[in-house]
Design a protein around this ligand. Structure first.
Ligand code: G1P
Length: 291
């Protein structure tokens, strides 16, 4: 195989029910984390990792995402007229940052089905999957770390992090043995979608970053509904595992679930504290709350 990872698929067709009422009209991917929609963090991570082509799998009511990554003539023209060059650069920069293709997932049949919708756009090459809810603060970026491992191993790579206790039931869970040379790498032997704690094969939770070989598409076509009655990506990868090697990778960095209200609050505080323009002021404000 030995092909470069050039494309990243962003499943973004979900309804965002965990974030109602904010997501009744606004796509959850467009919710602002400090001052950027959460999907932009994922796109910036992909670009910083060497991805050349972004593929959004969208659905009904997700038009705001397309507008966000496009030129806004009225806005740009007004900013130009008012001499607001710095903000103009920000606005134009978003539109020119990436080559983006869109494909619609017409029915919410599950994450595996969403990835399958990108089959024609990806073609016969390894590709990344980024779940935009999972915002990851990492240096080097999480996907870049994974591409490095992919280039060494030439097999599918799944991001994991340690989650102890019953919280593991909110994730896919990876089974495997630790690589002898690199303790962050797992030789994957199985995975279970959202297991009960007693059934969890390890404490390695699957996080929303994957590098997959294109064979997974044929297997996803044959995957029947699993956990929650949905076509699960985890089940497609499990079928892949019967044919090829798959690796877990415990990335260096911190992940936030920005599709969840509490996770978004945590991310907001931590990302705001890191902002040079107002991080210090925000720290003083938090201290002043005396909590
Ligand atoms: C999806 C995957 C799951 C993974 C999780 C990470 O679940 O199916 O394996 O652990 O993303 O965020 P979801 O959160 O979409 O239900």
């Amino acid at each position: 195989m030995n092909k470069k990872v050039r494309k990243a698929v962003f499943p973004a067709g979900g309804l965002g029910t965990r974030f109602l009422p904010a997501t009744k009209v606004i796509p959850k991917e467009m919710l602002a984390l400090v001052d950027k929609p959460i999907i932009q963090y994922g796109v910036e991570e992909a670009l910083a990792s060497g991805i050349e082509h972004i593929i959004f799998v969208t659905g009904r009511g997700k038009g705001a995402m397309e507008d966000h990554f496009d030129y806004s003539f009225e806005l740009d023209h007004t900013l130009e007229r008012r001499g607001k060059n710095e903000i103009l650069e920000v606005s134009r920069g978003i539109a020119s940052m990436a080559r983006i293709s869109y494909v619609r997932q017409k029915e919410p049949l599950g994450l595996g089905h969403a990835v399958l919708c990108a089959k024609e756009l990806v073609g016969d090459e390894p590709f990344a999957v980024i779940l935009p809810d999972d915002v990851i603060d990492a240096n080097p970026p999480c996907l870049k770390q994974m591409i490095k491992v992919f280039n060494e191993k030439q097999g599918s790579i799944i991001a994991t992090m340690a989650v102890d206790g019953p919280a593991i039931s909110a994730y896919g869970c990876l089974a495997g043995s630790v690589d002898k040379k690199n303790p962050r790498i797992y030789n994957c032997t199985g995975m279970v979608e959202k297991p009960k704690l007693e059934k969890a094969p390890s404490n390695q939770a699957i996080i929303g970053r994957y590098i997959l070989t294109p064979r997974v598409f044929d297997l996803l076509e044959k995957t029947t509904p699993g956990a929650g009655g949905e076509i699960q990506l985890t089940d497609g990868i499990l079928a892949l595992l019967k044919k090829e090697k798959v690796y877990g990778y415990n990335f260096k960095g911190k992940r936030f679930d920005a599709g969840d209200k509490f996770g978004m609050l945590q991310a907001t505080v931590e990302f705001a504290l890191k902002r040079p323009e107002f991080g210090e002021k925000f720290r003083e404000y938090l201290k002043g709350l005396g909590i």
